[in-house]
Structures are given as structure tokens and as C-alpha cells.
Design a protein around this ligand. Structure first.
Ligand code: PEP
Ligand code: MN
Length: 261
């Protein structure tokens, strides 16, 4: 048993905004789709339109990208956030994007409906505390080498500042086998439910790093009780600037959602 402040509390993620009137995200599955990174206005608009057409309510897309190598595309930054804001209004979709530090958090909270804190920042305690001082839901990804206990403590850093709107995201952990990018810890889903009762979604894209594994891992996550999924989708996956080998196309995404339903 892991002592934590979430135990025996009721958790429902509520979110009021101009597109979805008081949506209780806990009652329906939280499906999030979109590109790894925002690449252009046209790219994001196209993907957002597709999401809207198939009934997906939440769009993902990184503007500030925490990349492992400083030599790779770092995201469009402020320009990307502007694109996200415009597309969000134009299509009428909720959006989630990552804040990588306190400076970007301030900007992201003005635009996004949900704030993502990525794997590399799971133990950035000053960022977690700042995220806890703003009211929007926080999507807290598991650190790539974090134990479940450390992950729950990270969530407590947010909650103790006043924000209990927290959704955890299992996105795979480091192991000795490099066949997959990470090892997706399916057992973490029921464990998080037992230990905290917080909603938990799964990211099979970063969790496996392989396009062909998105479908089976999405189904496995839902079977294990996940509250939703976050998946990297692009019209032309091979052309995505970042994470192309784990990105799926529109047809595959739609067919996975069909299989889940
Ligand atoms: C992402 O979802 O864009 C991302 C960078 O994921 P992670 O933090 O899990 O690596
Ligand atoms: Mn990515």
C-alpha cells in the first residue's frame, strides 16, 4: 500500500469550457489524438477536422517539445501555441499541450484545456507546484524511470497546491529490452486505481515506439481498466517531423476506436 492523499476520495475530472458544457471525463473514455508536434497551421487544422468528424473531443499537439537531442526539432514554441489556439477555436475542440518549464506553463494555461507534464519533467517539483496553483486539469505522464510510488508523490505535489484535477498517463518505462522504445506497464493501471482512484490514461505511442503495436496495446489498456488513451496521429505518419515511426494514420486511428467501442 502506498500512503497518499488521493486514497478514498472521489475523483471526477470536470471541465467547463465553450465547447463541451460540463463534461464529466470520468464517465466516458477520454480519447486524445493528434500529432506529436504542431508542424504548421494546415497540418493541425487537417488533423483537428478529422478528430472532430469522428467524434474525438480532445486534440493533442506539442508546441514546446522536450527532445532527447538538442539537434532535433524542438517544436514551434510560441508560434505553435498560436496555431493551437487558432485551430482550437476554429474547429471547436478541447486541446492538451505540454508545458516544459514555468515560463511555458504560463502561456500554455492561457490556451490549453489540459496541461501536459511530460515524462522528463515528472520530478520537476517547482513545475509541479506551479501546475498545482492553476485550475486547469493536469495530465501527468509517468517518468521513464519512475516507480509508481514516485509517480503518485509527483501527483501529490500538484494536489497539495490546490489542484486535484489530475489525470495520470502511463507511457512506458525503461527496461533492458530495446526492441520497443519503452515497456508499457499495463499493471500500473489497476495499481493506480487501487492506490489512488485517480483517472489514468495510456499512451501506447511513446509506450512502445512502434506503429504496429498501437492497436494491441490500446486494447490491452482498455481491458485493464484505463480511462482513456492518448495517441499520436498524422495524415502522413512517415512525414511527421518527430516520432514518425510510432505515429499512426487516420484510418488506423479510426479503426482502433471502432475496435475499442
Ligand atoms: C509527448 O507526449 O509529446 C511526449 C514527449 O511524451 P513523454 O513525455 O511521455 O515522452
Ligand atoms: Mn512524441
Amino acid at each position: 500500500m502506498i500512503e497518499n492523499i488521493f486514497r478514498n476520495k472521489k475523483h471526477s475530472i470536470t471541465l467547463s469550457n465553450e465547447f463541451v458544457p460540463k463534461n464529466d471525463w470520468h464517465k466516458e473514455k477520454l480519447i486524445i489524438g493528434g500529432p506529436c508536434a504542431i508542424e504548421s497551421y494546415e497540418q493541425l487544422l487537417d488533423i483537428a477536422q478529422f478528430m472532430k468528424n469522428i467524434g474525438v473531443k480532445v486534440l493533442r499537439g506539442g508546441a514546446y517539445k522536450p527532445r532527447t537531442s538538442p539537434h532535433t526539432f524542438q517544436g514551434l514554441g510560441d508560434e505553435g501555441l498560436k496555431i493551437l489556439s487558432a485551430v482550437r477555436k476554429q474547429i471547436g475542440l478541447l486541446c492538451v499541450t505540454e508545458a516544459i518549464d514555468e515560463k511555458s506553463l504560463e502561456k500554455v494555461t492561457e490556451v490549453a484545456d489540459m496541461i501536459q507534464i511530460g515524462s522528463r519533467n515528472m520530478q520537476n517539483f517547482s513545475l509541479l507546484k506551479e501546475a498545482g496553483r492553476q485550475p486547469k486539469p493536469v495530465l501527468l505522464k509517468r517518468g521513464m524511470a519512475a516507480t509508481i510510488q514516485e509517480w503518485i508523490h509527483a501527483a501529490e505535489y500538484i494536489a497539495t497546491q490546490g489542484n486535484m484535477n489530475i489525470i495520470l498517463c502511463e507511457r512506458g518505462i525503461r527496461s533492458f529490452d530495446s526492441y520497443t522504445r519503452n515497456v508499457l506497464d499495463i499493471a500500473a493501471i489497476p495499481i493506480i486505481k487501487q492506490e489512488t482512484g485517480l483517472p489514468i490514461i495510456v499512451d501506447p505511442s511513446h509506450g512502445t515506439g512502434l506503429r504496429s503495436l498501437i492497436r494491441p496495446m490500446s486494447l490491452a489498456a482498455m481491458a485493464a481498466g484505463a480511462d482513456g488513451l492518448i495517441i499520436e496521429v498524422h495524415r502522413y505518419p512517415d512525414q511527421s517531423i518527430s516520432d514518425s515511426i510510432q505515429t499512426i494514420d487516420f484510418q488506423e486511428f479510426e479503426s482502433i476506436l471502432y475496435a475499442i467501442r
